[in-house]
Design a protein around this ligand. Structure first.
Ligand SMILES: Cc1cc2nc3c(=O)[nH]c(=O)nc-3n(C[C@H](O)[C@H](O)[C@H](O)COP(=O)(O)OP(=O)(O)OC[C@H]3O[C@@H](n4cnc5c(N)ncnc54)[C@H](O)[C@@H]3O)c2cc1C
Length: 265
């Protein structure tokens, strides 16, 4: 259980940023679902809820999601549902129950870079950027590679509107558990494949998709080869949810099935 000395409602992003810099034991509050689960002793918990960061806005090209938007608001948004046959909504909907998703925010979910994340995996297969305060916009993939700066504030997630087909699969031992592994595929002009919970953080395949680019025939023989290559190039490991070989088998199976699905549409 987290222990907090002082709760503070920020009046501006600059105000929140100053306070974060002031003391390494000051931290931002999203929905507080993960925070509550940890054993941290904090000096100040900085609430961002008065800064207008909980809206989903869009134009013809992109969807801009404020960091305080709940996972549930994202999951049921029409334009999110329209992406990749609803694969991102499906991934969001696979996390705990509806009540939980009404509290957890997208900012807390992305900034934490969880290795078990069911959100990062499909997001990686789309064109997504994160907006950080102060003044930085970067592709999600680059943000995930960064060491991380705890004084930055994630203010928005920007998702390009794309018209392709998507696939998401989470394998968990029981409903509401963290994944053993998860797989996301998005096929537009190019195809992207990401695997998360290996148990390392979600990552895109690079060599496997070259096999698709170089091929003129899209059949089960190709999909099996791509899946085998994907598993070979990504690092898998063992924890109490599954062995390395079990994870590899799951990932290979669901990459091949996912490719079959998106290429049949
Ligand atoms: C029991 C349980 C089961 C879960 N199962 C899953 C699962 O199966 N799949 C899955 O993907 N996720 C799962 N999660 C993770 C869940 O989605 C997270 O709790 C959620 O992502 C955190 O969101 P939050 O808004 O509550 O963040 P908080 O708990 O408020 O914050 C988390 C961290 O992010 C920081 N932070 C918050 N907002 C910002 C911001 N805007 N900018 C910078 N830093 C920020 C906080 O300081 C804190 O360090 C689970 C969590 C719990 C507690």
């Amino acid at each position: 259980m987290v222990h907090v000395k002082e709760y503070y409602v920020a009046t501006s992003l600059e105000d929140a940023h100053q306070r974060l810099k002031e003391n390494p034991k000051n931290a931002l509050l999203g929905g507080g679902t993960w925070m509550k689960y940890t054993h941290r002793i904090l000096n100040q918990l900085i609430d961002l809820s008065k800064l207008g960061l909980s809206a989903i806005e869009e134009d013809e090209k992109q969807i801009t999601i404020g960091a305080l938007t709940t996972l549930r608001d994202m999951e049921v948004h029409q334009s999110i549902k329209a992406l990749g046959d609803g694969f991102l909504s499906q991934a969001l909907g696979s996390i705990m129950g509806v009540n939980f998703r009404h509290i957890a925010t997208i900012g807390g979910s992305i900034f934490s870079k969880f290795s078990f994340s069911d959100i990062l995996t499909p997001l990686l297969t789309l064109n997504v950027s994160v907006k950080l305060y102060p003044d930085e916009i970067k592709p999600l993939e680059a943000f995930l590679e960064d060491k991380g700066d705890r004084t930055k504030i994630l203010t928005h997630l920007i998702i390009e509107k794309q018209e392709g087909h998507g696939y998401f699969k989470k394998v968990a031992q029981v409903i509401n558990d963290f994944c053993v592994v998860n797989v996301a595929i998005f096929k537009e002009k190019e195809t992207k494949i990401a695997v998360g919970g290996r148990p390392q953080r979600a990552k895109l395949t690079t060599e496997a998709i070259k096999l698709i680019k170089d091929s003129k025939t899209f059949d089960e023989v190709l999909f099996t080869k791509v899946a085998q290559q994907g598993v070979q190039e990504l690092r898998f490991g063992e924890d109490d949810r599954g062995s390395e070989s079990y994870r590899k088998l799951l990932a290979e199976t669901y990459i091949a099935r996912g490719l079959k699905e998106v290429y049949s549409k």
